[in-house]
Design a protein around this ligand. Structure first.
Ligand code: SAM
Length: 200
């Protein structure tokens, strides 16, 4: 068995960020939470063993909406009807910001934050050279919890990217670095988690 497969990955969590993200023009905006993103990323996070899945939005009304959805699946008829979905959503929570997610994980000193993007962005954030490197780092002796951050809209704002410890390489398709690679955040999350935490 390879070292990789023998070593358990570090604890990790997933965050879906709705602010600060950028719009088509590059302006920093707040995107709306979409139900399918919440369900899909909760299922992927649960599948790959995440400790937690955070939905972040600064908008109180949106947090109330997400809390209502999560509460319905935890205690309502839908959770009775689809227990596996209830199990996935049980790991989800909605918080105002990434800082709140980090606080939930024990504070910044105990968390290493990796972000994701379809194209290289941000000046200061270290780009991990490959998913093989990310996979190895996810199985290192580093005691910090990994927090893997996904964006919405047209992607994570550069300021947030630069506040992260590292950026995972963009996922490229058949066209390579110059080709089309604008994945939905749902697809990007599943591919990323499988590459880093999946068992082939
Ligand atoms: N061009 C934007 C981007 O990725 O920066 C598209 C945003 S996409 C609708 C929302 C999120 O999905 C991104 O913030 C990123 O987390 C993820 N994502 C989309 N395509 C990706 C790719 N090819 N590689 C890595 N992450 C990707």
């Amino acid at each position: 068995m390879s070292i990789d497969a023998a070593r358990r990955p570090r604890k990790f969590a997933v965050a879906l960020v709705h602010h600060p993200v950028v719009d088509r023009g590059g302006d920093v905006v707040t995107s709306a939470v979409t139900n399918i993103d919440v369900h899909d990323l909760a299922r992927s996070s649960r599948t790959y063993g995440a400790e937690a899945f955070f939905i972040t939005t600064p908008i109180e009304a949106q947090r109330q909406l997400v809390s209502a959805i999560l509460g319905h699946w935890a205690h309502g008829s839908s959770g009775e009807r689809i227990p596996s979905r209830r199990e996935a959503l049980a790991h989800a929570s909605v918080v105002p910001s990434i800082d709140d997610a980090v606080a939930s994980l024990g504070g910044r000193d105990g968390v290493e934050i990796w972000c994701t993007a379809a194209k290289p962005t941000g000046e200061r954030c270290v780009l991990l050279p490959s998913y093989a490197d990310a996979r190895a780092k996810a199985r290192s002796d580093d005691a910090r919890t990994l927090l893997i951050v996904f964006g919405t809209s047209w992607g994570l704002a550069p300021a947030l990217v630069d506040a992260c410890d590292a950026r995972l390489p963009p996922i490229y398709g058949a066209g390579g670095p110059g080709g089309y690679n604008h994945l939905s955040v749902r697809a990007a999350c599943a591919i990323t988690l499988d590459r880093v935490f999946g068992i082939a």
